[in-house]
Structures are given as structure tokens and as C-alpha cells.
Design a protein around this ligand. Structure first.
Ligand code: HGY
Ligand code: MN
Ligand code: MN
Length: 417
């Protein structure tokens, strides 16, 4: 018989908020947010703090060869597969204090609350900090969970380089977090991820909980445009092989392709490198990444095809060489309806307003869903702002989502009286 937690069963919101604020002190940004990029010394410091908190809560740590941290609270049945609660402690260079961190520390709060109440569950609980979810320093995003799900090889992951040419494998060793455990050897009973929405919907509709039924699919297409480096002053317009102009026209193309697929399609460019990036030199090369996403598989493939075909024409007309590499991809994800149902029922039991929704951002849950039944819970964030140091949530929003997480996890892990 599956016991339903009572509506009066909630977490300690004050303790959760204090842990969030303490973690936010590690790897501070310049405008109140965080710059705790993966495999930096700040990341290592955040990992040590999380490890200390978990061990104080009676959990034991295992680390796999991608540096992902698995903190286990034992269950009563040693044969039962664990229920996982995961997200990420790494941030964008100008990240907020809550993206990823909320989900990891909410998992810790679930365990702390279970300890307070002396609750035992048949299935163990494992709180997970995935390495390099953001993909800001080492592309692609969700790298460790991707290796765990068998989407990327360990060698591919170790070979990924940051803009300074440092490799993932070297940096993981340098910070001392390369574990022994084979990546993906673990089996999961279920996976939950609690995350800020990173969009405007919940706040705009004054709802407390997002019941995340799906996640939109994604392509990251890295373009390398090669023109001819030349003097910006003495090179006549007709004699230019202008990779910078091709870049500008492709950015406009990306915008028009996304607008032609409305609603529910987004595309844009967040990162570009001009070389030599000197104000009076026409670039020899321009390297940039297009990020395109939509919940529809058909649209996703159509948008990619249109962008690649028309970008090639733009470059040909300008005599610019065009090379494209898909550096990240996942198809639209449907989360597990049984787990999603428990999230929805928990919100109703607790009296929290909620709505079903599709995740705009990618998450480790998208890859975890390949390994086990998985789902997500969202809380609102102020004006939907994220990947920005101004990212903000309220303690009440944080606590409500964590209450729902507690209920859904306890129902899935089965409380043993
Ligand atoms: O790109 C994403 O959606 C996530 O923040 N890594
Ligand atoms: Mn995130
Ligand atoms: Mn993020």
C-alpha cells in the first residue's frame, strides 16, 4: 500500500533558504549572482560544502569518473533501486543563485526533513550533483548526465576544451574530483529534478508549481565562417570576403526562421568569436553557436535544415567558407506520467496552485529520462529572468516546490512505518 504523505508534511523553508544563501557565497558574481563555473576552484569549494552538509545529514558519498556526486541515504530494502533527486551546482559565468542549486539543496532538505521525522523508506534516496550541466565553459550542456545516459563517451567528454584550451579531463583532475565509479553503472528507480522555471509563465499566472510534463528539444549548431583578413580602411567594398557580414546575415536568418515557426519555437546566438577581433581588421574567421529549440520534433528538424541550407547560400554569395558542427542535441522529452501525476497530486494535496508545462530550458532530467522514469517540478522566478545575475525567487516559492518534491519522493520511495 502506498502511503500518501499528509498535507501537514512540509520541509523547513528557513533551513533551505539559509543553505541557498550560504552556497551563494561561493563563487560570487559581480552583480549579486554567481560565477561558479564547472571545474573551477569555486566549483570545488561548492562541492566540498555540499559534501560536508550531506555527510552531516548521515549520507555517504560516491563520485563517478565524470565527477558527478551521488549522496546516499540508505533505505530499508538493500535490493531496492534508489530514488534520485538531482540537479547541478555549476553556474553560468553571470549566473543566478538558484539555477540548478535549488534542486540540489532541495534534495538535501528532503533528506534533512526525513531525518527530523525519523522517516524510513524502502528505496534509498540519492541526492545528485551532476558535473557541467551548463555547458558554458565546456560544451555541450548536460555533459555528465549525457555520459551517464550513454549519449556521449567518456573520452569525448574528457576531450572537450574551454575557450582557453584547457580540457575537461585535465581540469577535473586538477580540482581533485575525478571519481572511480563507472559512469552510468548505477540503476535508478526514479529521478526527480526541482528547478526554477527560468521563464515568465508561473509568475505571470500567479501559480506556485510547474508540473513539467515535457522538455523542448534542442540543437546547438557551431558555425565556422572563413573569410579574408583585411584592412578595414584600405580594402574596397567589392574586394572583401567578409565573414563578419555573413555572420550578421545568418543571425538575421536565425531570427526569421524562428519567427516563421511561432508559437513554441526559439532560436538565437549567444556566443561569437571574431578572429583576430581587432577593430580595424576584417575578420579572417567568425565562430559562433546557434541555439535552437522547440517542443516539436518536426519543427526542430525543419528549422535546422532551413538554417543550414540558407546559411550556406549566404556564405556562397559572399565567397565565405562555411563549416557547421552540431555540438549539442536532444529530441523533445516526455517525462514519466506516473511521476508527473504524483507531482500534480502533491501540489493539490498541499493546496498549491499549479499548471502543466513544457520546460524551455534543458536539464539533466532530459538525459536521466533515458535511464529511468523521470520528471521535474518548477517554481516561479521573478520576471522569468535566468542566466543573469538578477535571477530571483522568493523563499516561499522555493519552499512550496520543495514540499511537493518531498511528497512525490516519499510516495515513490515508499515510507516504511
Ligand atoms: O541550456 C540550457 O537550457 C541549460 O541551462 N543548460
Ligand atoms: Mn539549470
Ligand atoms: Mn542554466
Amino acid at each position: 500500500m502506498t502511503l500518501r504523505p499528509g498535507a501537514n508534511l512540509t520541509i523547513d523553508g528557513q533551513r533551505l533558504w539559509e543553505s541557498l544563501m550560504d552556497m551563494a557565497l561561493i563563487g560570487p558574481g559581480v552583480a549579486g549572482g554567481n560565477n561558479r563555473q564547472t571545474l573551477t576552484d569555486a566549483d570545488a569549494a561548492g562541492r566540498r560544502l555540499f559534501q560536508r552538509w550531506c555527510e552531516e545529514a548521515g549520507m555517504t558519498m560516491a563520485v563517478d569518473r565524470m565527477g558527478t556526486m551521488f549522496m546516499t541515504r540508505p533505505g530499508t530494502d538493500p535490493q531496492a533501486l534508489p530514488v534520485y533527486i538531482g540537479s547541478h551546482l555549476d553556474t553560468q559565468p553571470t549566473g543566478g543563485r538558484f539555477d540548478g542549486v535549488l534542486g540540489v539543496l532541495a534534495g538535501l532538505e528532503v533528506v534533512r526533513r526525513m531525518n527530523d521525522l525519523g522517516l524510513q523508506t524502502r528505496h534509498p534516496i540519492v541526492v545528485t550533483n551532476w558535473t557541467n550541466e551548463e555547458g558554458a565553459r565546456f560544451a555541450p550542456a548536460m555533459l555528465a548526465s549525457g555520459v551517464f545516459a550513454g549519449v556521449h563517451s567518456l573520452d569525448y567528454a574528457y576531450s572537450r576544451k574551454d575557450p582557453e584550451g584547457k580540457s575537461f579531463g585535465e581540469e577535473l583532475q586538477r580540482i581533485g574530483w575525478q571519481g572511480e565509479e563507472e559512469v552510468g553503472a548505477r540503476r535508478m528507480h526514479a529521478y526527480f529534478e526541482y528547478h526554477i522555471e527560468q521563464g515568465p509563465v508561473l509568475e505571470a499566472e500567479n501559480r506556485q508549481i510547474g508540473v513539467v510534463t515535457h522538455c523542448q528539444g534542442l540543437w546547438w549548431l557551431e558555425f565556422t565562417l572563413t573569410g579574408r583578413q583585411a584592412h578595414t580602411g584600405s580594402t574596397p567594398m567589392a574586394r572583401r570576403i567578409n565573414a563578419g557580414l555573413a555572420f550578421a546575415r545568418i543571425v538575421e536568418l536565425v531570427q526569421s526562421v524562428a519567427m516563421a515557426e511561432q508559437p513554441d519555437a526559439v532560436a538565437g546566438v549567444g556566443q561569437v568569436f571574431f578572429s583576430p577581433n581587432s577593430r580595424n581588421v576584417l575578420p579572417g574567421s567568425v565562430v559562433f553557436t546557434i541555439d535552437l529549440r522547440t517542443p516539436s520534433q518536426e519543427k526542430l528538424d525543419r528549422m535546422r535544415a532551413r538554417i543550414e541550407a540558407q546559411a550556406t547560400e549566404i556564405c556562397a554569395a559572399l565567397g565565405v567558407d562555411c563549416a557547421v558542427e552540431a555540438i549539442a542535441h536532444f529530441d523533445p522529452v516526455t517525462f514519466d506520467p506516473v511521476l508527473t501525476g504524483r507531482v500534480r497530486e502533491a501540489a493539490e494535496r498541499l493546496g498549491y496552485s499549479h499548471r502543466d508545462m513544457v520546460s524551455g530550458a534543458g536539464h539533466d532530467a532530459c538525459w536521466a529520462a533515458k535511464a529511468a522514469p523521470a520528471t521535474m517540478i518548477f517554481c516561479p522566478c521573478v520576471e522569468g529572468i535566468s542566466h543573469n545575475e538578477a535571477e530571483e525567487i522568493s523563499p516561499e516559492w522555493a519552499a512550496a516546490g520543495c514540499d511537493v518534491l518531498l511528497h512525490a519522493v516519499l510516495e515513490t520511495a515508499i515510507v516504511v512505518q
